[in-house]
Every structure is written in C-alpha cells, then in structure tokens.
Design a binder for this molecule. Structure first.
Ligand code: PHE
Length: 403
C-alpha cells in the first residue's frame, strides 16, 4: 500500500497499448488504452467509505473532526474553515492527474501496467492529488480535504488491493495572512505549519506516539517529506506531503510571489488497518456481516478475526518470451491478469521458482496462486475453471509458453 508511484523514477518506459479485457464503462469513447476490467468497475460504485459503521467511515469522521473542530496549529487564519469533499468521480483526466502535477510522460505511474485507463485521456485516479488544482482554482477554497477511492494495478497480497482510499489535505495562505515579509520566509512558515498540523493530527488519532520526518520526492511538492510514527513496535510511514510546488500554485491561478501552501496525502486503509487491527486489506470490501457488525460508527475498536473459508492453491509454470526483458514480460501484467480473472479470489500470487535453461537460455517461472473467498467456500470446479482461464490467457495475452 501507499505505493511509491509518484516519486521520481529512473526507469525509462514506453506506454504499451495492450488491450486485454476491454469492457464497457462510461459513455466516453474507449480506445486501445482501455484496461479496466469489470471487477474494478464494480468497485467504483461500492462507496464503502460512506458506509455507516465501516472503519474507513469512522476514521474519516475522526480526521474531519480534527480539521473542522480543533486547533490544527499555531497559525490562526481569520475566516478559514476546512471543507470536506468526497463525491468526485474517480474517472479523471490524464492531464489533471499527471501533467498538471508535473508528473512526466515517461513516469512509471503512467504506464498501462500501473494505472487503469479508460482511454488515452481518462484514467481511474491513482491518487486524490488530482483534485488539488481544480479545487484551489475555485474561490474561497484555501483549506480543504478530499476523500476518495483510488485505483492502482499492483501485486496481490494482504496489504495490496487494486482499490483503496486516500485523503488529501490542502491549506494555502497569503504572506499577509501569516505575517511573512517575503515568499522565502512564507515557505519556511508553511513547512513549519505543515509539520505541526500533521503531528497534531497523528497524535489526535494514534495517541502519544513517537514520530520522525523523512525526506521524500513528489513532483508536485518542494520540499517533500514523509511522516513516520512508531506504533505497535514498528516505524510506519503514514503520509506524504510537502510545500506546494510553484508550478502547481501557478496552474491553480495563485500569485507565486504572494501565496503559498502545503498539501498532504494519506492512505486511509493503512491507518485503519493499524487502528482497528485489520490484518487483510480485502476485509474492508467484505460483504460478510461478521465484518461490519463488529463496528460502531465513531468508535475505534479492535477487529476479531472470524474463521476463514478454506484456501486452495494451484501452480502455473511457463517460459517467458525471449529475449527476457521488462518489455517482453512484465510481472504486473501477470498479476493483473490473475486478478482480473479471479476477481477477489486470488489471495496471494507468489513466484516460487525461476529456471534458466542451460542450453537455450530460456527462462521459466513458476507462480503459486492461492485462492480463497472471503465470504464463502470455493468449489474445486470453480478454482479449476479459473486456473484454466488464466493458463489460456497467459499464452494468448502474455505470449508465454506453458510448461
Ligand atoms: N499523491 C501522493 C501519493 O499518492 C501523496 C501526496 C499528496 C504527496 C500531496 C504530497 C502532497 O503518494
């Protein structure tokens, strides 16, 4: 979770236009970029973060209460009131999501193997930062929070899920608001304010924890930092943030000599998993009453695991196309394929063996797919059918040869 997708990457890449699993989504025209499977499309209408009693909803309420009703920092700006937005469509423009935030065209996060494209110009947002500029452009939005479901193609395991939730926070002010003599001084005040607000927030939610700041990189903030807290005997990265980049301020119509501000983004599941002791990220999406009935709105309580339905694993081995490179075989394509076919039933996908043929130099990989359904028992026939489908597509879509 909290993938490092928006950091600088030295990986050169090209956008590949693979067209597996085209589906109808909205009325917008699709093209060869479309890679949103039905299972993901279905998640966009669930709105679990708005479900009463849901841990994500409780967490949002608590954070919202901090920003709306508490003294967030020493800077008191007359008339300022944080506003919460949580109804934006997750289908967003590539331009707003990447270009306007200074994320270069060849950045890994923009690849079709990492982001869900509806078409060349529209994606399922991979972060709530997409809403920063449009909201800042609106008059009177100098302090706001945005909550929403975000989507990223990723590995399959207990802490990664292709859909999760983020909260974005932005606060901007003028030199006069904060009593700064020039923009340089204003940025120092901004950075101090940012740290103070987020330390207060973390303390408000996690209690009296130890914290530390770590340098980071995001194209849309300068400087960029991350907050880590010491919780349950481990250091945990809880959010990314920074002073809003001049270019972003300018695109939002701000006067960069007279205004500045900060932004942060945090992964709500990551916080909720720790606070509620939820050890598998897929549980947030469970429709089993044994999950939701354990929680009361507004209360942070520890989740008690209930017995799981049995798991069943199947192995798949294949030769990857030669010559071996990230372009001929990308593991994410395989994960993506498994997830698309199995919906939520692939609990883990693990590489258990690789082998290079001594003569031909061909490379073979063997993966173990562990199938389990959160809400019911799977039948053997069902699992076999999924495996057969996956085997077929590994050949036709990924160009691998089954062993
Ligand atoms: N959008 C970043 C992410 O998803 C987090 C972030 C938001 C960082 C705002 C800085 C400012 O990782």
């Amino acid at each position: 979770m909290m993938n490092k997708l928006f950091r600088q990457s030295h990986l050169a890449n090209t956008l590949r236009t693979k067209t597996i699993f085209r589906r109808e989504f909205s009325t917008e025209v699709k093209d060869a970029f479309n890679n949103i499977p039905q299972g993901i499309k279905d998640l966009t209408s669930r709105k679990i973060y708005k479900t009463h009693n849901h841990p994500l909803n409780t967490l949002i309420t608590k954070i919202e209460d901090f920003f709306l009703n508490k003294k967030v920092s020493d800077l008191q700006i007359p008339g300022e009131k944080f506003k919460l937005f949580q109804d934006f469509d997750p289908l967003v423009k590539v331009k707003e999501c990447f270009d306007d935030l200074g994320i270069p065209e060849d950045h890994v996060s923009r690849r079709v193997t990492d982001t869900y494209y509806h078409n060349k110009e529209i994606v399922l947002r991979p972060h709530t930062s997409v809403h920063q500029i449009p909201l800042m452009k609106l008059q009177g939005n100098s302090a706001f929070l945005v909550v929403g479901d975000v989507y990223r193609k990723d590995t399959v395991d207990k802490t990664h899920y292709p859909a999760f939730h983020q909260m974005e926070g932005v606060r901007t002010y003028s030199l006069k608001d904060i009593g700064a003599k020039d923009i340089k001084e204003a940025k120092l005040i901004t950075e101090r304010d940012l740290k103070q607000v987020l330390e207060n927030l973390a303390r408000n939610i996690f209690g009296d924890v130890e914290m530390r700041w770590v340098d980071a990189y995001f194209p849309f903030t300068e400087p960029s930092i991350e907050l880590e807290i010491f919780y349950n005997n481990e250091w945990l990265e809880v959010l990314g943030c920074g002073v809003i980049h001049n270019q972003v301020m300018a695109r939002a119509g701000k006067d960069i000599n007279n205004e500045c501000g900060w932004a942060f983004g945090l992964g709500l599941e990551r916080w909720a998993m720790k606070l509620f002791d939820i050890n598998d990220i897929r549980l947030f999406w469970s429709q089993d009453d044994r999950f939701i009935n354990q929680f009361k709105h507004g209360e942070i309580s520890k989740f008690k695991p209930y017995s799981k339905y049995p798991a069943c694993y199947k192995d798949i081995a294949f030769w990857v196309p030669s010559p071996v490179s990230d372009d001929t075989f990308n593991e994410n394509d395989f994960f993506y394929l498994v997830r698309s076919i199995s919906q939520d039933m692939a609990e883990t996908v693990e590489l258990i063996d690789t082998f290079t043929h001594p003569k031909s130099q061909r490379v073979s990989r063997c993966y173990r797919i562990n199938y389990r359904n959160m809400d019911r028992s799977l039948t053997n026939e069902e699992v076999d059918a999924l495996q057969v489908k996956i085997r077929g597509l590994v050949e036709t879509e990924l160009g691998c040869e089954l062993r």
